[in-house]
Design a protein around this ligand. Structure first.
Ligand code: GTP
Ligand code: SPV
Ligand code: MN
Length: 590
């Protein structure tokens, strides 16, 4: 006799800890209704239709961009706000000079005032999510409460959200609490608060990106970096990519570049025709959680399930994979429109923008058509080069770690650190030109250690110490490198073609790991000589190549002085090992 399938337990009964918290937030924020997100496709469609009806989402040209939509954020809410982002630890020194700090009691009181009654007339969405494969011991869970359906839709693409995540939470017993309200989108009433000691996030007044999709930077980096230190692993602003050589050997590398400095592009790189036989597999494009494994290697998972990527610059020439990926089932934020409702952005070689990202008739005198930080949100499964290993509960073993920055001068195309300890200094010394990914001046060089300046949830000095501690546990530690795709000539032109051609540099990196490639010693580390790089089929002049592969002692002596002054800001907490490595570099510079 057939029995009826058991009715699923309502989400609101799965975990008492979650239910109690939702109830306390409901009482504080007083929403008109509460919706627990199951994470189904039907639910995603319903939320999308609701936003279309309310005029918040625009359906894009269904012939060329099926299943795609455009969202326009408030023009004063287009990027992360680092000046309004706080780490709230009991001791100010635990947050460190790298963070804005507020006393937790004071921060809670301030936020309680903002949240009180803020959801009246709105729906409160409960989004249980898992960062990482549902069945991975390396994954960690959270619950975001938000009053933005746009945020809910994004979170459902970016994380493994819904019932399965809540089942895991009920089993794990612990989760990160993320409370978010768009408030009135008033930049003067906007705060992104983190309470690492409580595994809690409170974000008010922004609906955009890293300010509002709390699983991403707030949880997976700021809170997770704190959790990771306690538990002996690393939460990093890194892409993870698998590179299969023409001989069929696959190695995984993880690369930390600051925001809008090329992680997504490198993670889904297209090998140039002149390097036949290489295959590239994306595991992650923004965040890596790295765990020392029982085999002495470092193992990585991508905690995310989607990509929230920079749109401008994406085209079939720079990155065919990315361009293909966002032609279907993609949510665009702050791009321009053509006359027939196709999305348009700077860097496209076809189409004509008629409406800018703010919905105004496009006028080149008023700036770019698409916002420079316009983004696509898309499932990782849409990526033609998505690695099957991205769903592997064990993660992937990492052969090399690569740091990088956007620097028109000083930093060569690539160099290798002398050791793990020196590599930690190389990471701690990263500097990069600021980009549109955060509110503020663009193009000024600032220190961005490990590309984590906006994202490390605790004192950088303690974080560098933790890096040294993790390295000491690895009997088969990855080699550490530094790259710079953004060197320019005297006329401001990029010296290196970048994009797919970056594979040539990664080939050298992998060959160094295998002990197969040559290098020359320099004061700052090991550099390839021109003959060590595979330049077959590459159109680049010998002067450009030698500029890219040289170390200017005068510029580097100044750089060392800057790095020392920067490290000194962290006082006696700075690991002396880093200062010792800096002294070695300095003495070699003469
Ligand atoms: P976030 O999502 O903000 O963390 O950015 P990201 O690090 O993933 O950067 P992304 O790959 O989106 O690239 C940002 C910008 O840099 C885009 O406009 C790219 O077109 C450009 N870019 C990426 N790779 C290269 C490169 O190798 N050379 C040059 N010149 N530009 C690049
Ligand atoms: C970044 O700024 O590094 C991003 C975009 O990846 S956001 O999600 O806004 O942080
Ligand atoms: Mn990023």
């Amino acid at each position: 006799m057939a029995t009826a399938a058991p009715l699923p337990i309502p989400l609101s009964q799965l975990s008492r800890a979650v239910t109690d918290w939702v109830e306390s937030v409901r009482a504080l924020t007083q929403p008109a209704g509460v919706l627990w997100c199951e994470g189904t496709e039907a639910e995603q469609r319903e939320l999308t239709s609701k936003l279309i009806r309310e005029g918040e989402l625009i359906r894009l040209n269904a012939e060329h961009f099926p299943g795609c939509h455009l969202y326009r954020s408030s023009p004063s809410d287009v990027a992360r706000v680092e000046h309004l982002t706080y780490i709230c630890t009991h001791s100010k020194d635990d947050a460190g000079p790298n963070n804005h700090w507020m006393d937790p009691e004071e921060a809670h009181a301030k936020m309680r005032e903002l949240f009180a009654g803020c959801m009246r007339g709105r729906t409160l969405y409960v989004i249980p999510y898992c960062m990482g494969p549902i069945d991975s011991p390396l994954s960690r869970c959270g619950v975001e409460i938000t009053d933005s359906a746009y945020v809910a839709i994004n979170m459902m693409i970016m994380t493994r959200a819904g019932r399965a995540a809540l089942e895991r939470i009920a089993h794990d017993g612990s989760f990160v609490r993320g409370l978010h309200s768009t408030g009135e989108l008033d930049p003067n009433r906007r705060f992104i608060m983190h309470f690492p000691e409580e595994l809690a996030i409170e974000s008010f007044g922004s609906g955009y990106g890293g300010n509002a999709l709390l699983g991403k930077k707030c949880h997976a980096l700021r809170i997770a970096s704190w959790q990771a230190r306690t538990e002996g692993w690393l939460a990093e602003h890194m892409l993870i990519v698998g590179l299969e050589s023409p001989q069929g050997e696959t190695h995984y590398i993880a690369c930390a570049f600051p925001s809008a400095c090329g992680k997504t592009n490198l993670a889904m790189l297209i090998p140039p025709a002149s390097l036949p036989g290489w295959k590239v597999y994306t595991v992650g494009d923004d965040i890596a959680w790295l765990h020392p494994g029982p085999d002495g290697r470092l193992w990585a998972i991508n905690p995310e399930a989607g990509l929230f990527g920079v749109v401008p610059g994406t085209n079939p020439q720079t990155n065919r994979n990315a361009y293909q990926m966002i032609r279907r089932d993609t949510l665009f934020t702050n791009v321009a429109l053509t006359a027939d409702n196709q999305p348009w952005w700077e860097g496209l070689t076809t189409g004509i923008p008629v409406t800018d990202w703010q919905g105004r008739p496009y006028d080149p005198g008023k700036g770019p058509a698409a916002h420079p930080n316009s983004r696509f949100t898309v499932s990782a499964k849409r990526n033609p080069s998505y690695s099957p290993r991205a769903e592997d509960a064990r993660g992937v073993p990492i052969s090399a770690l690569v740091f990088g920055g956007r620097r028109r001068e000083v930093a060569p195309l690539v160099y290798e650190a002398r050791s793990w300890q020196h590599g930690v200094l190389v990471g701690a010394s990263v500097a990069s030109e600021t980009t549109a990914a955060a509110v503020g001046q663009v193009g000024v060089v600032r220190r961005d250690p490990m590309a984590m300046q906006p994202f490390c949830g605790y004192n950088f000095a303690d974080y560098w110490r933790h890096w040294l501690t993790v390295g000491a546990k690895l009997s088969r530690a990855p080699k550490i490198f530094h790259v710079n795709w953004f060197r320019r000539d005297a006329h401001g032109k990029f010296l290196w073609p970048g994009y797919g051609e970056n594979l040539r540099v990664l080939e050298w990196v992998l060959d160094r790991c295998a002990g197969k490639a040559g290098a020359a010693e320099s004061a700052i580390g090991l550099l390839p000589r021109a003959e060590d790089l595979d330049t077959q089929g590459l159109r680049i002049g010998p002067e450009s190549l030698s500029a890219l592969l040289s170390v200017d002692p005068a510029l580097w002596r100044k750089e060392v002085t800057d790095i020392r002054a920067y490290l000194e800001k962290y006082g006696s907490r700075v690991p002396p090992e880093l200062l010792a490595e800096l002294a070695v570099t300095e003495s070699r510079l003469g």
